[in-house]
Design a protein around this ligand. Structure first.
Ligand SMILES: *Cc1c(COP(=O)(O)O)cnc(C)c1O
Length: 346
């Protein structure tokens, strides 16, 4: 299959196979590959009434030999289990999660974009409550499914900065479900995101819901800033520590790379809005966003903070270092890669 890999965008492109397992009567089924891209479910299902549902997102990149490389998939498995428990969903065992992800990759060898083109294979594990129900209680049955879709590079032709607008809305409640990848956390963000766009920005930047004085995160990405080191001291990467943000696996990897590869000081702590003018660089981090530089932040009063470096040097180096590990070009000192042999591989 020859495709215009670079112009795929982030859209759903159906592939021939997906993996599915069912939880019923207290146990998960073995799981199997299925061809049907649609799911038939009872109109009484909790997933469609009460949002008893969660998901994950991860990417496989083709390595130099054509093999599929998963990035920190064990972390996605653990996060889905943690989210499931919070939603009274029986957590899929890590073994089932990884087997489902790998089976999906292997069953769709034509969907893996070739090494070096910038595109990747996005994997979407999802977990939904199904079966006859009406009252607000946990579902009698659950479906775990993994499907995949090739996605284009986030950036065509170099890093392009985006603009964020501090949102008048909170993403989640204080002491709510913000640190879990629950579908219900995202519907409310559609409006906030649209509002940010209507103000000439690309995405909403949320504040902590408790005090609204600290940075939380963007719609589906964590944020980090670079504080310049004084008098020859190394720069500092600062990223918000908060109970209401989704702990990004990408952000966690960037903290490690910043320390181990770039020699930066790394601080995970509450980041007050008032610290924005001190940052030399600001960027978003996540599986979809990878590393996206931020050139400006619009405050609620309509004023704007412009970053001194719209595409920061450290941001650029972090992007390059991360993608080199993900695509199998750089050494993996942290055992982050998981090799999935495919038919296309030599
Ligand atoms: C998925 C997600 C992220 C990014 O997490 P990764 O593990 O890096 O993909 C960040 N914020 C939110 C709200 C998310 O849903």
């Amino acid at each position: 299959m020859s495709r215009d890999w670079v112009n795929l965008g982030v859209n759903y492109h159906a592939t021939p196979w997906r993996f599915q397992a069912i939880w019923e009567d207290g146990a998960w089924s073995e799981g199997e590959l299925v061809a049907e891209a649609t799911i038939t479910l009872s109109e009484g299902s909790t997933a469609i009434h009460y949002g008893q549902q969660c998901f994950e997102g991860l990417k496989a990149h083709a390595g130099p030999g054509g093999q599929a490389l998963l990035f920190r998939a064990d972390q996605n498995a653990a996060r889905m289990a943690r989210t499931a428990e919070r939603l009274l969903i029986p957590p899929p065992p890590v073994e089932l999660f990884l087997r489902g992800v790998e089976a999906t990759i292997r069953a769709n060898p034509e969907a893996l974009p070739p090494h070096g083109c910038g595109a990747s294979l996005y994997l979407r594990p999802l977990l939904i409550g199904v079966g006859d129900n009406l009252g607000l209680r946990t579902a009698p049955r659950f479906v775990f499914r993994v499907f995949c879709s090739p996605v284009g590079p986030y950036f065509k032709g170099g890093l392009q900065p985006i603009r964020l607008a501090i949102s008048p809305f909170d993403r989640v409640a204080a002491r709510g479900t913000g640190s879990f990848k629950a579908g219900g956390n995202y519907a409310g963000g559609l409006f906030a995101s649209r509002q940010a766009k209507s103000l000439g920005c690309d995405e909403a930047l949320y504040l902590d819901p408790q005090t609204r004085s600290f940075l939380d995160e963007a719609g589906s990405a964590n944020v980090f800033g670079i504080l310049p080191g004084e008098g020859g001291a190394p720069d500092t990467l600062v990223t918000p520590a908060s109970d209401s943000i989704l702990p990004s696996i990408t952000m966690d990897a960037l903290c490690t790379l910043a320390k181990d590869e770039l020699g930066l000081v790394v601080e995970r702590r509450p980041v007050p809005v008032s610290e924005l003018p001190k940052l030399r660089e600001l960027a978003c981090a996540g599986t979809a966003a990878v590393v996206t530089p931020v050139s400006a932040v619009r405050l609620e009063d309509g004023s704007e903070i412009t970053l001194p470096q719209p595409v920061g040097e450290v941001t650029k180096r972090l992007f390059e270092t991360l993608t080199a590990v993900q695509t199998g070009v750089a050494e993996d000192r942290w055992s982050w890669r998981r090799v999935v042999a495919t038919k296309a591989a030599v």
